[in-house]
Ligand binder design. Structure first.
Ligand SMILES: Nc1ncnc2c1ncn2[C@@H]1O[C@H](COP(=O)(O)OP(=O)(O)OP(=O)(O)O)[C@@H](O)[C@H]1O
Ligand SMILES: [Mg+2]
Length: 336
């Protein structure tokens, strides 16, 4: 599979990973902006260097769709059963899964002790990493469900606190491992960003869609003429998966119309009979930065949840999720 550009982001991330772990890194950005693809590419390119393999172990946890609501759930994510016949079989047939990704394998007896809390899971992992003499890079792709626990607090709050404390220990305190959390959920990012107990322990890195110039260059490199590339980017912006669809379509004009109609129907459904939401979109179209909206901000949040708008809590702005959304909203609301 090909990977486009991201030179600037790759450089930043590589440099970040090769310096001493000192904070939890939150990689955030709009849905499908290319966060996962970027980080995988960075790890892959780094893993081509022997020096990197000697110095680092990468632990990658894809949490999409996984519900994390108890201590046991967290343990099941972190630890693999060293005696599992299923895992052994998969390993025999397919090798050890994603190349260069390490796991915490534990014997069942140890797992029992951990589950009974006779052994502290986090201390155990900390020692495992330390004993390897390599730095860790722990990646969580989509910590989605954690947000619910985080926001709703209640009895689960200590678990999240414990987990974040562990991350802080691994990074800022012991400098043993990087911890990278990827998410498109910017309400979660906002929550973490404004949590005073996490002050000075976190960093944030935005992975946005390609800018227009880069998107045009990519399309040209894929065989489009300069004027076709400009025409397309003016309509879809730099959304990687949409660019892929256009490239793969036999008739890009037709594909553009389909994409526009799809977006238009989706937004129409969302704002039908909702003057409040329409007003917010009109404001967005007039160029107002809705991040600072005093009244009716809950409507902005509703549009962010529907992925029509995107809110960046670090850059402090609200904008349209994609150019397709902006163009469709303009048309639906009859804005020139
Ligand atoms: N630099 C790139 N070059 C080529 N394809 C890319 C690139 N970045 C992303 N893509 C493609 O775009 C799609 C979305 O990318 P990806 O899943 O990495 O986004 P994401 O930001 O992780 O999304 P989500 O918010 O859902 O986690 C994928 O099909 C991916 O292959
Ligand atoms: Mg992703």
């Amino acid at each position: 599979m090909k990977f486009w550009d991201r030179e600037k982001e790759k450089k930043w991330l590589k440099r970040y990973l090769l310096t001493e772990p000192n904070a939890i890194l939150f990689v955030y950005g709009p849905k499908s902006s290319g966060k996962t693809a970027l980080l995988m590419e960075v790890i892959k390119e780094l893993a081509d260097q022997d020096e990197f393999l000697k110095g680092y172990d990468v632990y990658w946890y894809d949490l999409r769709g996984i519900v994390v609501s108890s201590y046991e759930d967290v343990l099941n994510i972190f630890f693999e059963d060293a005696e599992s016949e299923a895992l052994k079989e998969v390993e025999r047939e397919f090798g050890i899964g994603i190349p260069n990704v390490a796991t915490f394998r534990v014997k069942r007896k140890v797992m029992e002790e951990i589950k009974r809390k006779e052994v502290d899971a986090f201390r155990y992992m900390e020692r495992k990493i330390a004993s390897k003499g390599k730095k860790g890079i722990i990646v969580f792709d989509e910590l989605q469900k954690l947000k619910d626990i985080y926001l709703n607090g209640g009895s689960q709050r200590p678990l999240v606190k414990e987990l974040f404390n562990f991350f802080v220990r691994l990074t800022k305190v012991l400098h043993l491992s990087h911890v990278i959390v990827m998410t498109s959920d910017t309400f979660f990012i906002e929550q973490v960003y404004t949590d005073s107990t996490l002050k000075n322990t976190t960093r944030f890195y935005l992975v946005d869609f390609f800018d227009d110039e880069t998107a045009r260059d990519i399309l040209i490199s894929e065989g489009f003429t300069e004027s076709d590339a400009s025409y397309i980017v003016d309509r879809i912006g730099g959304v990687p998966w949409i660019m892929e669809e256009i490239i793969e379509s036999k008739d890009y004009e037709k594909a553009l119309v389909e994409l526009h109609n799809q977006t238009s129907s989706r937004i129409f459904e969302s704002i039908r009979g909702r003057e409040d939401l329409k007003n917010i979109l009109r404001k967005a179209l007039s160029g107002e930065n809705l991040y600072y909206l005093e009244e009716g901000y809950d409507k902005v949040e509703e549009l962010v949840e529907k992925e029509i708008l995107f809110m960046d809590p670090i850059g402090r702005e609200v904008k349209f999720h994609t150019r397709l959304d902006e163009i469709a909203a303009k048309e639906l609301l009859g804005v020139e």
